[in-house]
Design a protein around this ligand. Structure first.
Ligand SMILES: N[C@@H](CCC(=O)N[C@@H](CS)C(=O)NCC(=O)O)C(=O)O
Length: 192
């Protein structure tokens, strides 16, 4: 979604996550966390963590700004990205890893089954809190479409797949999500 918004293309290499191709020695040499995505630079260095990759892409292609075009704007976006990752998306993912995703995850990292329900509930609490703040806002950061929208949209899309759907009673977030889903960059990304 970030690349499509920027109109950028980068050469892509697909790895099969299900057969743990991203956990073999060859990939771990590039990215010791063993996770996708990773961006390999021309000099061989590897940048992992999707938010760090997006930050780098924005430095190379500042417009349209998806993080911000001033220090204040960038700080606002980063504040929301952190709130969304720490409060919502990471809890959705770990809630799944420790429950329905255990068979997939237990060979890759620790699982804490007793934490699953609580993590899912934490994500729901934060979504309710965020919904209450969305009155009059088109996007997470007011009227700017940013990386914060992309991170949340992708996390909710994953939640939808793993039995943690967005509560339709959260009407502002439901409307926000429909808007993001209809963006050309989202449509292009989902059909890639
Ligand atoms: N914090 C990382 C999370 C990356 C992540 O969870 N990647 C998933 C795919 S979306 C993955 O590689 N899963 C397979 C695995 O961990 O083996 C980021 O934002 O890039």
């Amino acid at each position: 979604m970030f690349l499509h918004e920027k109109g950028m293309t980068v050469p892509m290499v697909d790895l099969d996550m299900m057969s743990a191709e991203n956990r073999d020695e060859r990939y771990l040499k590039k990215n010791p966390s063993g996770q996708l995505p990773a961006l390999e630079l021309d000099d061989g260095r590897v940048i992992a963590e999707s938010v760090a990759i997006c930050e780098l892409l924005e430095e190379h292609a500042p417009t349209p700004a998806l993080i911000g075009s001033t220090p204040d704007e960038r700080a606002e976006t980063r504040m929301w990205v952190r709130r969304i990752e720490f409060g919502i998306t990471e809890n959705i993912v770990n809630g799944w890893r420790f429950a329905e995703g255990q068979a997939f995850w237990s060979t890759r990292g620790r699982t804490i089954p007793e934490a699953a329900d609580g993590l899912k509930a934490l994500a729901r609490d934060k979504l309710q809190w965020l919904d209450g703040l969305m009155d009059g806002r088109s996007f997470i950061v007011g009227d700017r479409y940013t990386l914060a929208d992309i991170v949340l949209f992708v996390g909710l899309d994953f939640g939808e797949m793993v039995g943690q759907p967005l509560d339709p009673g959260l009407s502002r977030l439901t409307a926000w999500r429909a808007g993001v889903a209809s963006r050309a960059s989202t449509v292009a990304s989902l059909s890639a």
